[in-house]
Design a protein around this ligand. Structure first.
Ligand SMILES: [Zn+2]
Length: 225
């Protein structure tokens, strides 16, 4: 276990990153093995700490990741950065503030929602209406990813017919950042797609983890028809 930082139950989410890369390659006729090797190389290149490099080499890229495994919070940021660079080059945007503008982090979150809704979290998605999922399930998933402490700040408010405002405070989490918020946009968007919400839109104009942000809160506005 890596010392320092926080660790949450991210195993299945990280496993989903590997599956996302495979699916991305399939759709574009890219060689999955070569792409994965390039992502590993890039992840190691952008990681400075020898301890973390070792973790990436042996625990993440070197063996199977079990869904239930507890992983350090810094890992996903390295993954998303390396994936974006390899899959989209220097042009690829690392983050977005709307489901209307895609990026790799957004698509990776959306992919995981689709996949987890059919597998590990099936019971949390089945027979739920979008509003029920937002009001109950989202909090359960958020707690798994961000921990109990952060979950105390989570608020899901109904602000109109099929209009919700989700407020969270991720400021003290090492994984927090605009890329992570983009995966949240993608995850909520992908979940609403799975729940058959018509034309969902998720926007994130107030982001507390961007440099110089006025508030610590991250606010996500969610609508559908
Ligand atoms: Zn944010």
């Amino acid at each position: 276990m890596i010392k320092g930082g926080t660790e949450n139950q991210l195993g299945d989410f990280i496993r989903g990153r590997f599956l996302f890369i495979r699916s991305y390659c399939q759709g574009r006729n890219l060689d999955p093995e070569a792409t994965m090797a390039a992502i590993k190389e890039e992840a190691l290149r952008i990681t400075e700490s020898p301890e973390r490099k070792e973790f990436l080499e042996n625990r993440v890229f070197g063996g199977a990741i079990l869904s239930s495994v507890v992983l350090p919070d810094w890992l996903d940021g390295v993954f998303l950065r390396a994936m974006t660079r390899v899959l989209q080059g220097d042009e690829g945007s690392l983050f977005t503030n709307s489901s209307k503008i895609s990026c790799i982090s957004f698509e990776a979150g959306r992919f995981n929602a689709h996949r987890q809704a059919d597998t590990v979290f099936r019971i949390l998605f089945s027979n739920k209406r979008p509003e029920e999922w937002l009001k109950s399930t989202f909090g359960i998933l958020y707690t798994k990813c961000y921990g109990d402490k952060a979950a105390r700040f989570l608020k899901v408010d109904e602000v109109g017919h099929r209009q919700y405002r989700i407020t969270m405070n991720n400021r003290n989490l090492e994984k927090a950042g605009p890329m992570d918020c983009s995966t949240v946009i993608g995850y909520i968007f992908g979940s609403l797609e799975k729940l058959s919400a018509a034309n969902p839109v998720v926007t994130h104009d107030t982001c507390g983890v961007r440099p110089g942000a006025a508030s610590e809160d991250c606010i996500f506005n969610v609508t559908w028809q």
